[in-house]
Ligand binder design. Sequence first.
Ligand SMILES: [Zn+2]
Length: 441
Amino acid sequence: MSVKIYALGGYNEVGRNMTCVEVENEAVILDMGVYMDRFVPLQDEIKQCSTKTLINEDVIPDDRPIHHLKKKMKGIVLSHAHLDHIGAVSWMSSFYDCPIITTPYTNRILQLKEENDGIKLTNKLISISPNSSYKLSDKIEIEFILATHSVIQSSMTNVITPKGNILYSLDYKFDNHPVIGQTTNKQRLRQLGKEHTLALIVDSTNAEKENKTYSESVAKEMLRDVILGMETDGQGMFVSTFSSHIARLKTIMDVSNNLGREVIFLGRSLFEYINAAEQLDFVNFSDTAEMIKSPYRCKKRLEEINKNKEKYLVVATGSQGEPNATLSKIINEDIPLHLNANDFVIFACGVIPTPMIQANRRMLEHKIHHKKGRIFKDIHVSGHASREDIRDLIKIVSPEHIIPGHGDMGKLASVATLSTDMGYTLGKNVHLLQNGQHVRL
Ligand SMILES: [Zn+2]
């Protein structure tokens, strides 16, 4: 019996993640994401785009290398609710006659996406809790192992096969003091180290950073220092972060309460991710904060907020400089809430390391400078493992083979170098794959 691993997306870039594992006459897909760099510019017209167009435009993964596995496909497993892991489902999943397996939070986000994309999923949706497993077929069992990252209920996906475990750990960190939820389930990972782990597919996003990725509680202290420690009196305060980062939003809520300002969440994606988190009882923001889904529909309220900025802290979508998001609308004066000189603009996020997104962010910052706003950048800790966290995971799990994913060749090669430092051999048990390639183990 052999196991084949197909690299379909996320092996030439950060994002667009998709991998397939074939175990004899059965197969499973791990993640189906979009490439944010190409997705953002197309967002407004995407409903009209065909699957073929989106593949040709590099928005979604090219799955032709696994079309011959269509009848063998037993499931599509989604590790967490970020768009670079689930965003392509609307355009790709119906090709495969199999269920989609997620955690409850990802399930909820997927349903919201269905409504927004206007595409009804034909696949059955199955949700299982983190730290539990699901027998998918004769030879494949799926296990979600809870991992800290930057969205609720992120999990490493363990594909249990007769040939051993295949641990898919795209997007994790070892946060010892998370702001929401529990720490990564190291206990289970240590067990995997004692069982036979055939392969580790590992997050290489931050592999070049020679460090440990710090806890979310460090970002909390950074935000407290900026929001409570600076001369803010009377000035407008705008904060932007990833809308899916509920832990970061919780920190912003807590710190703003200390400052005595009411939080306004402004923009559709913030509304949706918070709504899903509230439905599952992870947080309760709407008791004390105000949610405005569409700034165009609440012009009067925005005028009031604009006149009394000192009373509010506005959390707006658009941390990556997306031209159609709320923060850009504020800076461009497209809505009645404006940025004045000396107002604070706090980016509680990093910038996704892809060319279009980096350019968008630079353009937005330029406009903020022009209006003499005060910019605070990188009030952030990453959700991705750094080099030393990757080393720890390899050490704990002790896999037979290592396949780096979630990065361009430089990032993947960085994991390969680390692996060879740890006694592995490139080409023998470390495999550098590109989109469209596969390896037989
Ligand atoms: Zn992620």
